[in-house]
Design a protein around this ligand. Structure first.
Ligand SMILES: Cc1cc2nc3c(=O)[nH]c(=O)nc-3n(C[C@H](O)[C@H](O)[C@H](O)COP(=O)(O)OP(=O)(O)OC[C@H]3O[C@@H](n4cnc5c(N)ncnc54)[C@H](O)[C@@H]3O)c2cc1C
Ligand code: FES
Length: 261
């Protein structure tokens, strides 16, 4: 699989809420090669602080070479990104990692929690292009409050799958965690769950799908230094006693492959 280092120009800047920002970049090579669930490593500073690139899921791509990331400001690197402006360039490296395996003949339930919603737009769009029929597919996404969820609803509704939203405080969509809501959906057993979100959410989905004997693919996070298998920094334990690299064996794994604490 080809990877590229590309200086990508910022062509759109959207402040979706106080802390959540979406950047659109012109990144022809990476956008052209990317698959849902893959990520890019971005250099957030021109100087040495921070020295390391930061990983971000590919939120969506276009046939015209555009690539979007959706991120939350949490520290130095994301703060610097938030201060970038249209016309500036960022150094991107990617696409990286193993993405989602899309089953075109089985119903899907795409679950995103918090910033875990970021890779799911790309996944849902690609899925709707590959599948003959998405009538049995569901997108379920939630966040803490309305501000985290509402700005993304239109993008997901346009895909044509059933779209269910939830917030922890009930300020938008259904009240509660997506892990509670999924239990009420009565999904057929052959449904494949594709999920990204906080570890506690993924663990609950793993337990739910084990009980129901359903397939569950999860995109997980880990602290990353290189993003390409060279530093061992992203290792996490797998169920067979071995460790796996999140950066190139993941970030998407079958939930049953991992150890859930
Ligand atoms: C494969 C992958 C895809 C990702 N996709 C996205 C995305 O689409 N959108 C998005 O907003 N974020 C995403 N992240 C997380 C993102 O990489 C981190 O938020 C970012 O690196 C933080 O950089 P910073 O310099 O702002 O924070 P730092 O200054 O490096 O850290 C600030 C604080 O956040 C903690 N922290 C740093 N990274 C993480 C992490 N991965 N998980 C939990 N806590 C962390 C640190 O321990 C520290 O306490 C992804 C991470 C991975 C591994
Ligand atoms: S981040 Fe370096 S090996 Fe995965």
């Amino acid at each position: 699989m080809s990877q590229y280092q590309e200086n990508a120009t910022i062509i759109r800047y959207e402040q979706l809420s106080e802390a959540n920002i979406r950047l659109t970049l012109q990144s022809d090579a990476i956008a052209g090669a990317a698959r849902p669930g893959q990520f890019v490593m971005i250099k957030t500073a021109t100087g040495k602080d921070p020295m390391l690139r930061r990983p971000f899921s590919i939120h969506q791509t276009s046939s015209t070479g555009r690539l979007q990331i959706l991120f939350k400001i949490i520290g130095r690197g994301t703060n610097l990104l938030a201060h970038c402006r249209i016309g500036e360039t960022l150094s991107l490296f990617g696409p990286l990692g193993h993405g989602f395996d899309i089953h075109t003949e089985r119903p899907a339930c795409i679950v995103g929690g918090g910033m875990g919603i970021a890779p799911m737009l790309f996944l849902a769009k690609r899925m709707s292009r590959l599948k003959k029929d998405t009538a049995g597919d569901t997108i379920l996404f939630g966040g803490r409050t309305q501000m985290e969820v509402e700005p993304l609803v239109r993008d997901f509704q346009q895909i044509g799958m059933r779209c269910i939203t939830a917030t922890d405080d009930g300020s938008y969509g259904r009240e509660g965690f997506v892990t509670e809501i999924i239990q009420k959906l009565k999904l057929p057993q052959e449904t494949v769950i594709y999920a990204c979100g906080p570890e506690a959410m993924l663990k609950q989905l793993h337990i739910y799908t084990q009980v129901k004997k359903m397939e569950c693919q999860v995109s997980v996070e880990s602290v990353m230094a290189c993003g390409m298998g060279a530093c061992l920094g992203c290792n996490i334990p797998a169920h067979d006693g071995h460790y796996v690299h999140v950066c190139y064996e993941g970030p998407v794994f079958h939930a049953k492959e991992l150890v859930w604490k």
